[in-house]
Design a protein around this ligand. Sequence first.
Ligand SMILES: [Zn+2]
Length: 265
Amino acid sequence: MTLISSLRALHLVDSQVRGIRNRFDGAERDLKRHQQQLDTLLARRKDHEAQSRQLQAAVANLELEDKTFKDRLEHLRAELNSSSNPRQYNALRDELKVIEGKRDALAERILAQMENIEKLKAEMGAGDAPIADRTKLRDLAKAALDEAKSELGERLSELEAQRGRAASNLKQEVLEAFEEAADQNDGEALAEVTVVSVRHREFACGGCNAELPLDAFSRVSAQNDALVTCMNCGRILYMDVVPERPGAKKTKAEKRDEALEAEGM
Ligand SMILES: [Zn+2]
């Protein structure tokens, strides 16, 4: 097996491994993205719930305070009704007014806090639909990943074993060049040399179209299992059919073949 045919065998299985891994990676990325967005929404919901508990506790405290004022007022009114001393009466009436004023201020504070609770409830209510939607998307992404894994997990293991066998025929440096080329080129580690002009001896990389130095072409066309990579994209270069150089010296046998062809034999 030539180097190139070994690399082609490796590429065949490697591209399938990469295809399945890409599918897994894509499904994992989707799941992660939806989960992160859901986590953000849930964290906001948790904050809102904590705020709501705080506001409700504050309102309960204010109401408790109001209750003591209310009790005091009832007591003062009873005393006022039974008071026969004008000085005591006036003092009781003054205190009553002060406490009534405090109750009014307290009622405003309670009202303001109740409004805050309502606003918070509305905000939390508006968050319900996004949380439900995102949960659904997260569940779908999870199902897609599980499906891909159950459908292709076994196949991937088989292909990875095959890939290991195909790679075991190759030298370490060749394997590294292959992997680097594949990583850089979406799995397309190999490229055939394109002949731009035989006469002008112009050749290009079939992968990225970069012009190849003549030296690279010479090394590829020698087909002697030397590893030649494109300087531009890093793909490993090969040539199935090496074009004849115009004016190249031909062997006698070749000249005879051509002459026979020309005569239509
Ligand atoms: Zn190239």
